[in-house]
Design a protein around this ligand. Structure first.
Ligand code: AHR
Length: 631
């Protein structure tokens, strides 16, 4: 392989290799959002979903938060040996860790009352179900927020939260909440630390949110409405999750969005990770997989409020603190702008109904915010053919980037290394917004699929002048509550595991470099269609560290001799001792699991280069990253 070391080519965008976040597979509520109580405000359509109630509990609907009006009244059970109370099951149970602190909060009113708050193991065969317990005195005629810290002495994956009335009389309770104190950056209303860490650890360049299909909604009424996701958390209204139902065998009737992790929290997360925020908004079309009837959508002449939502979002992110939405951002704790540069309009849309709507958004956004980069969509993926059906329309509209989605089998990934070689360099840039290798008959996170993603990405990297963003999807999945797989990160209530696809993304994220460098074998690009002898490769230069980085995926079942020849270096320039990082498994079906999270992880070693050529061998079915510093 020849690397033209003196030909420093196209710039690799800082937005490369990011994350696409969606509340699918319990990715937000029950996942990244660290709230442990399900249906905390009793506003799910079946008001006691997630709760068991006992004794004299009545539902009321004139509470202090007008957009979540329900609350419960706990009244005296009328006998010393009877109890009134409520018990929450959490999301597939409540995961708690021994000696960690948990913040219980509740809005309550009542005079001279007491409630007992317990974390329990209701499956316990011991003397007691109680793991830890605290009394909370309630003494306020008006609604007031009460707080207590619970510190369990044992670890339990499936605890419940039980609350008793512990005084004669009655008490009203609303927005019953339990969070670990140790959230990401210790924030209240915070995020689950291990999951954020797994996101941040890939060094993402862009963070797209809040989805996918949930942006569109099952119908327009249930589309993601960002304005409902900001402001005081208690008053963010519940929204049905479009993913509560996917296929007949994966149905979660109690899957709702609390918007507790709303747009403010998502912008903050992007900022924490150093990733460009990329919100995607509804374009007036509900999910076309579910409603392909033109009447299900917003008529083109009635799009004003949708377009205003987009303009207001830009003001929320970037506006001065004396603007309406900029002020809200400041009131929520972030007076400085989030510095939003990109906005997506529409998700995976099709038909003429999409461009005719998008056009109006583009005109309005360009007029008000000429520097904002607008992302359109290329249309849905379809079996057996390419899915660039909306590209001509996107070019006509002059969007800045086009979002392409591909969940494809092994054969597609193997033949698509040259996908971007002939893309129009003058048109919009590419955002490979949702991709994953879906093994033929094997929708797992197994090693082979990840290796083919690594191979395909050499072609993405080589075409850095046209591909500006790439995000694997979906991102997160609860092992007990998923609708879609494979996914980048899996978790249960206490643990999480990084898939081998995560390691591929991470190796690209950490080794993306600043510029492409030409790499050929037999005078041809090695990440062309089918690679060469099953080899796929690309090379980059990293200016700050003065390092060449070569990525090679050997997708064949044989070890192969390779020689990396760095041509064009000046006589005075030398390559120092190198580093090799490999990702490999002898078993192509092997995967990382919660019980065996490190089954397939990168291994690092030193490599010596003689002069400017490395003669070596790459193992069968191996992804390798070689790094050489220029001295
Ligand atoms: O990632 C899962 C879904 O796939 C997304 O919500 C949608 O955009 C695509 O169809």
């Amino acid at each position: 392989m020849v690397i033209q070391a003196n030909k420093i080519g196209a710039e690799i965008q800082p937005t490369m290799y990011g994350h696409f976040f969606e509340d699918i597979n319990y990715g937000a509520d029950g996942g990244l959002y660290a709230e442990l109580v399900k249906n905390r405000s009793f506003d799910f359509p079946q008001n006691f979903m997630g709760w068991d109630i006992f004794g004299k509990v009545t539902l009321q609907n004139d509470g202090p938060f007008e957009r979540n009006p329900h609350y419960v009244r706990l009244s005296d059970p009328g006998h010393a040996h009877k109890r009134t109370g409520i018990e929450n099951e959490g999301f597939f149970g409540i995961g708690i860790k021994a000696n960690e602190k948990y913040r219980f909060t509740v809005w309550a009113r009542g005079e001279n009352q007491k409630i007992k708050v317990e974390l329990i193991n209701n499956a316990s065969m011991g003397e007691t179900q109680v793991i830890t317990s605290q009394d909370v005195a309630i003494n306020s005629k008006e609604w007031k927020k009460y707080e207590v810290i619970l510190t369990p002495g044992e670890t339990q994956e499936k605890a419940h939260l039980r609350i008793f009335l512990a005084s004669p009389g009655s008490v009203d309770l609303e927005h019953v909440s339990l969070f670990p104190v140790d959230t990401w950056k210790g924030r209240e209303n915070g995020l689950r630390k291990d999951l954020v860490q797994a996101l941040a650890d890939t060094k993402p360049g862009v963070f797209r949110f809040p989805g996918g299909c949930i942006v569109e909604g099952t119908d327009l009424a249930t589309r993601y409405n960002w304005k409902n996701s900001v402001g005081p958390v208690e008053n963010r209204p519940i929204n049905e999750n479009r993913w509560h139902y996917t296929f007949p065998h994966r149905f979660y009737p109690d899957y709702f969005q609390t918007y507790g992790m709303g747009f403010y929290e998502l912008f903050l997360l992007a900022e924490d990770m150093g990733a460009e925020p990329l919100p995607v908004l509804n374009c007036g079309l509900s999910c076309q997989y579910q409603n392909d009837d033109p009447k299900a959508h917003v008529p083109v002449d009635q799009l004003d409020s949708y377009i205003q939502d987009a303009l207001d979002l830009i003001e929320f992110a970037n506006g001065d603190t004396n603007t309406k939405w900029g002020k809200l951002r400041a009131d929520m704790g972030h007076p400085a702008p989030f510095n939003l540069k990109f906005i997506g309009i529409g998700n995976e849309q099709w038909g003429p109904e999409y461009p005719e709507r998008l056009k109006l958004f583009v005109e309005a956004i360009r007029k008000a915010y000429p520097d904002m980069k607008i992302i359109g969509s290329s249309g849905p993926q379809s079996e057996g053919e390419d899915f660039d059906y909306l590209w001509p329309e996107m070019k006509k509209l002059k969007v800045d980037l086009v979002d392409e989605h591909f969940y494809r089998p092994e054969s597609w990934f193997l033949k698509s290394g040259n996908r971007y070689d002939n893309y129009d360099r003058k048109g919009p840039k590419v955002f490979a917004g949702e991709y994953a290798c879906h093994g033929d008959g094997k929708k797992w996170n197994h090693f082979h699929a990840s290796l083919l993603e690594a191979a395909f990405l050499t072609g993405v990297e080589r075409n850095a002048d046209v591909v500006h963003m790439a995000t694997y999807a979906p991102l997160l999945a609860h092992v007990e509550g998923w609708q879609w797989r494979p996914d980048l990160i899996w978790f249960d209530n206490l643990r999480s595991v990084r898939s081998c696809s995560w390691y591929v993304q991470s190796l690209y994220g950490h080794n993306k470099g600043t510029n492409v460098v030409p790499l050929t074998m037999n005078k041809q690009a090695v990440s062309g269609q089918e690679g060469q002898n099953g080899l796929f490769a690309s090379a980059v230069w990293d200016e700050p560290t003065q390092t060449y980085i070569v990525k090679i995926a050997n997708t064949s079942d044989k070890a192969q001799a390779i020689n990396l020849e760095f041509k064009g270096l000046k006589k005075s320039e030398k390559l120092g001792e190198g580093k090799l990082i490999t990702l490999h498994s002898d078993n192509l079906d092997a995967e990382n699991t919660l019980d065996n999270p490190n089954a397939i992880v990168p291994k690092e070693s030193a490599v010596n280069i003689e002069g400017n050529t490395l003669n070596t061998e790459i193992g069968a079915m191996t992804f390798a990253v070689y790094k050489f510093k220029k001295l």
